[in-house]
Each structure stands twice: as C-alpha cells, then as structure tokens.
Design a protein around this ligand. Structure first.
Ligand SMILES: *[C@@H]1O[C@H](CO)[C@@H](O)[C@H](O)[C@H]1NC(C)=O
Ligand SMILES: *[C@@H]1O[C@H](CO)[C@@H](O)[C@H](O)[C@H]1NC(C)=O
Ligand SMILES: *[C@@H]1O[C@H](CO)[C@@H](O)[C@H](O)[C@H]1NC(C)=O
Ligand SMILES: *[C@@H]1O[C@H](CO)[C@@H](O)[C@H](O)[C@H]1NC(C)=O
Ligand SMILES: *[C@@H]1O[C@H](CO)[C@@H](O)[C@H](O)[C@H]1NC(C)=O
Ligand SMILES: *[C@@H]1O[C@H](CO)[C@@H](O)[C@H](O)[C@H]1NC(C)=O
Length: 770
C-alpha cells in the first residue's frame, strides 16, 4: 500500500511540474498527453468542491396517522347542553366491598379506549418507558366481558387501569354514557380495592362522583388556557415541575371546582382564561371507598400535544407508584452532517457556505454554557458527521496541495436524483469513482493543508464533539455501485483514522449517516457497508418505509425483500425546519415558507420547533435530530432574541436553546447525548427487551397495606438485553446488577436475566394509599 501511494505521489509531482504555470484552459490538454494521469492532473487545478446538494426537504409525517382533535358535539349533561365527547361517572355503580387480599399483582397496565387511534394517548407514554400494557377497545354497545382481572383470590393480573374518555358514546338524544356497564365498572372498582390497584381516567366530565363540578367547557378557537401541575406530592419521582403552564390548544377540556374535598385533592390546574376569570381545577386524585383514582378533566392527544406528553408522566408515575419495569431518559442527540463540504445556500441565491474553525470553536464555548443550564446529571454534546473528501479538496486547492495530495480529491459529475425510495437492481449502476481509486492514497501532509482539518486534529477541539462518518464524498447511494460505496466507506474510515478523529473520546466506528439518507434500498450499498464494518445507520422519520412498523421505539432491520440486503439497523432520526442549506434565520424561514407552507417569522418557526420537539423528548423518543454544517454558522450569524437573551446564535444553537430551556422549565430530568453507535445499540437493546416481554410483579403485605418487593420475569426468564427496573427509593440489595441514577432521577437497576425470576426487596415498603 505504501509503494502504491508513493508511486502515485511521484506521478503527481511529475504532472504538477508539467502543468504548473499553464493557463487553466490548456491544462487538460497538457495532462492528457501524459498517460494514466489525465484524471489526476485535470482534477487538481479545476477543483469544484463537492456540494451537499441533495438533502431531504420534506414536511415531516408520522408512520402512523395522528389522531385528530377529538370532535365535540353539543350534548346534554343533567339536562344542560354543553359541548363534549365524554361523560361523567354514572351514579348507580355498586360500592366495592372492603378487604384487601392481594399478595401479588403483575404491573401490566390495562387500558380501555374507544378506538385504536385515541388509545395511543394512553399507551404512548407507557411505551416510551417500555412499561407493559394491554389495550381493550370498547366499541359503542360495549364488551361482553372484562379481561380476567385476577386468576386467584390473591394474585392480580394488572397493576393499574386506565380509561380514556370513560369509553363513552352519545345516544341519539345527545346523552353521553360509558359503554362499560355499571356491573363492569363495579368489577373494576372491586378489583382496585381487593388488589390495591390505582385507576386513571383521562378526559372526563367533572361531576359529583369525583367531588367536583364543571365550570364550563374550553376553549374556542383562538382562546388559550394553560394547564399546570399544582401539587406533585403524590408522584414525587415523576420529576415534574409545579406551577409551570403548558398550552391546551386543541385539547377540549372542562374547568372544574372541587365540591367535596373529603374525596378530591387537586393536583393540576387551569389558569384563568377568556371566560374563566379564576384558576380552576384540571385534575384530581380521589380516595373513595377504599380505592384511588386520578381523574383528568381534559382530553389527551400525545400525537400532537406537548402538554399531553408532559401530563402523562404524572399519571404514569402515580399509577405505578414509581415502581416499574421501564426507563425514563431524555436523549438529545444533535447530528451535524456534511462537515468539510461546501453547501450551496437556498438564500441568498448562488451563495455558498463552508464552516470555519472560528464557528466551531464558538460552539465549544457554547456547549459549556448550555450544559450549565441543564439539570444535574446532564451531558450534552454535538455529534459531527464527516466527509473526508472535503478535506482533500481544501488541501488540494493550495500550491503545496498540488504536489502533496496524490491524485487529488475524488470528483465526478453532478448526480441526477433518483426517485426517493428507488430500489436498485443488484449489480446495476455505473461507477462514478475513477478506476485508479484503490487503496486510500492521501498523506497526513496533504490533510494538514486544510485549515478545518488542522483544527479538528487538535485533541481538545476534536474531543469536544462526538464523531461519525458521513461517507467520503457524499455520493448519492441509491443507484451507486458496490465499487463506489466500498470506497465511500473505507476511504472515509481511513481518513478518519489518519486525521485522528477515530481516536476521539466519542467516535462511532460501526455507524454512518448515509449521505442524504440514500442507499437504503440498494443491496449493493448495504453489503458494502456491512463488509466495511458498518451495521448502524440513521434513517429519516419523514419517510415511513424507513421506520419500524411495530413499535416507534424500535429500529428497522433491513431485509433482502425490502432493502436488497439483510441486517443493517436503521435508527429513526427527526428532521426539522432548520434546513440543510441555510446559515441564517432569514434563509430557513424563507425555505420553510416556500417549501413547507410555513407561516410567520423566525420566532414562529422556533415556537413550532419547540412544541414538536419538546413533545418528542417528553415522549421519551431517543431519535437523534438532523442538522448540517451550514447550521453552525456563528461568525456571520445575526443577533436574535432567544429566551429573552439577545445575542448571536447559530441556527443549531437557537434551536437547542429554545427546546432545552423549555424542557428544563418542565422537568428535572437529566438530558444526555449519546454518540451514534451508543444510540443505535440503545435502540437495538430496547427492541430486544420488549421481545422478552418483561413484567414486574408487586409483592405485598396485605395486612400492613404495603408493597414490599418486586419480581421481574420474562419469557423463559431470559433476555439478551439487560432490563430496567425503576424504583422510587432504594432496594435492600442490587445483587451486583448495573445501576443507573443521574441527578434527581429515581434508581434504575439494569437486570441481566439468567433463567430465574429476579426479586428486589424495597428498602422502604410503599403504602397502598398515600
Ligand atoms: C480555492 O482557494 C482559493 C484561494 O483560497 C479560493 O478563493 C477558492 O474559492 C478555492 N476554491 C475552491 C473550489 O474551494
Ligand atoms: C368522539 O371522539 C371519538 C374519537 O375518540 C370520535 O371518533 C367520535 O366521532 C366523537 N363523537 C362525537 C359524537 O363527536
Ligand atoms: C378474584 O378475586 C376475588 C377477590 O379475592 C375472588 O373472589 C375471585 O374468586 C377471584 N377470581 C378468580 C378467577 O380467582
Ligand atoms: C397535595 O397532594 C397531597 C397528596 O395527594 C395531599 O396530601 C396534600 O393535601 C395536597 N396539598 C394541597 C395543598 O392540596
Ligand atoms: C441508475 O443507473 C443506471 C446506470 O448508470 C442508469 O441507466 C439509470 O438511469 C439510473 N437510474 C436512476 C433512477 O437514476
Ligand atoms: C420563495 O418564495 C418567494 C415568494 O413566493 C419568491 O419570491 C422566492 O423566489 C422564493 N425563493 C426561492 C429561493 O425559491
């Protein structure tokens, strides 16, 4: 390999001396006369920097269709006409008999919902944690029987019950009533009492059964009424901040007052709003007839409402008593693609942008200030996706580089876009890489001629970021050949090694960010990735075919049938309205307006980003977020006001500041960045965990009315992946399992199952009723 490199360098030196002071127009002629060097000598003097010009710009969609705003109709409650789509509890439900006999209950959460679309608002939060649940759809007309709640007098099958909108339907006369019968409700109440199980009722009309009365319905279009947690005492390990209002836009709700404080305690509140001069009750905890329930007088829509995602943590923590086989973590992974490439900007038209060391250095300073704002236990770090050919282009575009950069950078004509989900027939396509491109040829001397590379080569700069390959030249891989893709991967790996990036504290050797997320239906490309050590990539959540259809928290494994090759793991990744080809707000706002029907200014765009991405983060989605090198422009960024502070910010900084400050306003949870391969492994582990079907059972002391221990079981009590057991306070013995507890988080024990159930005794037994 060494001899080949030297040979090419020698040839190049020759060609350079031949072409040296020859005018550009004549260079190709001159060099063409020299055999085997024509591509070489033409490439160097006429370097056209590869542009990242084919990134995806699409309006994000979900793989599942979001449940719409729940329609309300004018209906009657106690002969008063109100707008609603739920009911209050029926009056004639038989009171449960006292007496607790539970010795053990499985933690599975039983959910009753009208339809699959709305059920999402009850299970998406649980799914975020990985807590087991079961959905029962209750159609108009009801169900003939409830699931078997207990299979013996002392062992319960469910650890909590959730009912959405009372599973109520409107009669022809406009009266809403639950499709569960009074006997079925009575059976659920009895189960609660006997098995010390809590109930959560989402989207309920206030009424005497809850110790409340409705003040009205809210809100008509254009009216905002904020909702906040007013008392978090009953769910301390949820880590939710009290008194911070979140928007109820789109959520029809029923401001209430408490009429019987012997059974109702408020824990969430509506702020005053048009038509409601005082603050009102938004949710209560009832302790009634030996059982407890949490009742929300608002609709839920975790698909599109950040507030619903926020409030979910209150009921999930309360219903499970903070004791669950599951895991709560915010991962904020901001990936910056196209490092070393030049980007043609959307606006001003014709302008180009390439990041400078000054831009990057300022992001190191800024990462320190942002980390200082984060809750205890946090660590945020930007990750960078590199294209090494851009470094060679920089280097070769110098007098010294003409001599030191061998055949020069890889150049090929601009590619024509294939259709988005183009599937290549194996073995087809045309090589764009030149025939001389065999082993990676460049020298450190060449690399170091690029200013950006020299900056990254300093360990302190390098280690301030995480790093991953974005392929060598950013060739579109949908129609690419195995020959080309092999080089795209292996040359970039060689370059990353040579410049020292692969020795960084946070480097991901087994992953790439595919260029413009191409190649995912090209079996030749996927095989080239695999054969060059790449098993993890990111996809694009605007493209449903790149997402897992079974569970949104699972990665997608490629198959020969769908992708042309088996076993590459595609991890979900979010796009945003910060476009790849923008370096300042005016540009991204213009592009948002022109391509995505955006309406408003930079602040409006950021407000949308805030709602969308706070929702994703509070929904415990661990998908990274897509950014590009132009978004890190700081040097020529304008001043703007973000969270009340007027200063210069890069687009990425403005976005991160906006989202992070909102998350910190709402929760005390640590915010953690994972490097690409760790993120990917976490997705893989999550899928494997779910496939093991973990269930956490509570062991109780029915006399003392406490939960004393928990036992984890899985299918065959085995699982390759470690399983999280989260407890609100300690256990007597963690049994040598790994533990995780950051900041003010509860303790999570990562259990490696090895054939038997695993039991933890709680240090402090948890009372059934608090
Ligand atoms: C090459 O370098 C010159 C001088 O630094 C610069 O003006 C020019 O834009 C560069 N060309 C490319 C294609 O980067
Ligand atoms: C009530 O909401 C459900 C969605 O959960 C919807 O399907 C139904 O049409 C609504 N009912 C009325 C009467 O608007
Ligand atoms: C469920 O529990 C109740 C109360 O302990 C008991 O009466 C009933 O028999 C149990 N059901 C089954 C199927 O064992
Ligand atoms: C807050 O909630 C706790 C637990 O539900 C309750 O005991 C306490 O009385 C509530 N505080 C107020 C001020 O309502
Ligand atoms: C794919 O490449 C082949 C060979 O170069 C070419 O004929 C074909 O038009 C390309 N297909 C698309 C969709 O670009
Ligand atoms: C964006 O839209 C405006 C108004 O329609 C138009 O004038 C402008 O040319 C568009 N910009 C680009 C870059 O397409």
């Amino acid at each position: 390999m060494l001899t080949i490199t030297l040979f090419k360098a020698a040839l190049l030196a020759l060609s350079c001396s031949l072409v040296h002071a020859v005018p550009a127009a004549e260079k190709s002629k001159t060099s063409a006369a020299v055999p085997a060097k024509s591509s070489t000598s033409t490439a160097i003097p006429t370097v056209h920097k590869k542009k990242a010009e084919k990134e995806a710009i699409r309006v994000p969609v979900a793989t599942r269709v979001a449940a719409p705003i729940v329609p309300t109709i004018s209906a009657k409650i106690d002969n008063i006409v109100v707008k609603l789509n739920t009911s209050s509890s029926a009056a004639k439900i038989k009171a449960p008999s006292p007496g607790v006999s539970v010795t053990s209950a499985a933690g599975t959460v039983l959910i009753f919902a009208r339809d699959a679309a709305s059920a999402y608002s009850a299970f998406s939060g649980l799914n975020g944690y990985g807590i087991s649940y079961q959905v029962v759809l209750v159609p108009d007309g009801g169900i003939s029987s409830l699931p078997t709640l207990n299979s013996s007098a002392t062992v319960g099958n469910y650890g909590a019950i959730v009912v959405l909108s009372e599973v109520s339907y409107s009669s022809p006369s406009g009266v809403f009533a639950s499709a569960l019968t009074a006997d079925q409700w009575a059976a659920l109440y009895q189960y609660q009492v006997t098995f010390a199980v809590r109930m959560v009722r989402l989207d309920v009309y206030p009424g005497p059964a809850f110790g409340t009365t409705a003040v009205g319905g809210c809100c008509d279009t254009g009216v905002e009424q904020l909702i906040s947690i007013s008392n978090a005492t009953a769910f301390p390990s949820a880590g939710l901040k009290t008194g911070v209002g979140v928007s109820t836009t789109g959520l029809w709700h029923y401001p209430a007052t408490i009429t019987d404080n012997t059974i109702a305690t408020e824990f969430a509140q509506f702020a005053p709003a048009t038509g409601f001069s005082d603050k009102t009750t938004a949710a209560v905890i009832n302790t009634i007839e030996g059982r407890q329930q949490m009742v929300f007088f608002t609709g839920f829509a975790t698909d599109w409402s950040a507030a619903s995602n926020f409030l979910s943590h209150a009921w999930i923590t309360w219903a499970t008593r903070g004791l669950y086989a599951g895991y709560r973590r915010i991962n904020l992974n901001t990936q910056v693609d196209d490092m070393f490439l030049i980007t043609e900007l959307y606006s001003p038209e014709g302008a180009e942008f390439g990041i400078t060391p000054d831009d990057l250095a300022q992001h190191i300073t800024w990462m320190k200030t942002i980390n200082a704002k984060l809750p205890a236990g946090s660590s945020y770090m930007i990750e960078i996706g590199h294209n090494g050919n851009g470094n060679i282009e920089d280097a070769a575009n110098t007098t010294a580089g003409e001599r030191q950069c061998g055949n020069g950078p890889i150049e090929y004509p601009e590619q024509i876009d294939t259709p988005l989900e183009f599937s290549k027939v194996l073995g087809t396509g045309t090589n764009l890489w030149p025939a001389w491109a065999d082993d990676y040829p460049y020298t450190v001397g060449c690399n170091n001629l690029g200013a950006l590379e020299k900056w990254f080569a300093k360990a302190a700069n390098r280690d301030a970021f995480a790093h991953v390959s974005h392929t060598f030249t950013h060739e579109d891989q949908n129609n690419a050949t195995y020959y080309d893709v092999t080089r795209e991967i292996s040359w970039n790996a060689a370059w990353l090694k040579q410049v020292g990036i692969s020795s960084a504290a946070k480097f991901s050797p087994e992953g790439i960010i595919p260029p413009a997320i191409t190649g995912l239906h090209n079996g030749d490309a996927l095989r080239a990735w695999k054969e060059n050590g790449i098993i993890y990539v990111v996809g694009d959540n605007t493209r449903p075919v790149l997402m897992n259809k079974v569970n949104e928290h699972w990665p997608l494994m490629t198959t020969k049938a769908d992708n042309g090759f088996d076993g590459i793991q595609i991890n979900p990744r979010w796009a945003s309205n910060i476009y790849y080809n923008c370096a300042v707000p005016d540009c991204t706002v213009l592009e948002w307006q022109n391509t995505s029907a955006g309406k408003g200014d930079w602040n409006d765009l950021l407000a949308i980003e805030k709602n969308t991405n706070v929702r994703h983060l509070l929904g415990l989605h661990h998908d990274p977020f897509m950014f590009h090198q132009a978004n890190l422009n700081y040097v020529s960024a304008p001043k703007m006001t973000i969270n009340g502070v007027t200063a210069k910010y890069s687009l990425l900084q403005a976005w991160v500041e906006t989202i992070v400050v909102e998350v910190v306003r709402l929760v005390t949870w640590p915010i953690i960045s994972l490097k690409h391969d760790d993120m990917a492994l976490a997705f893989l582990n999550r899928m494997q965990r779910d496939q093991c079907k973990p269930v956490l059972s509570y062991t109780t002391n029915p006399t003392a009315k406490t939960i004393t221990a928990v036992t984890l079981t899985t299918t065959n009590n085995r699982c390759d992946a470690k399983l999280p057991v989260t407890v609100p306070s300690g256990v007597t013995d963690v049994q040598d399992f790994t533990t995780e507890q950051l900041g003010t988080d509860p303790l999570t024990i990562w259990v490696q199952m090895s054939g038997s159930p695993v039991t933890f005794t709680l240090k402090t037994p948890i009372p059934f009723y608090t």
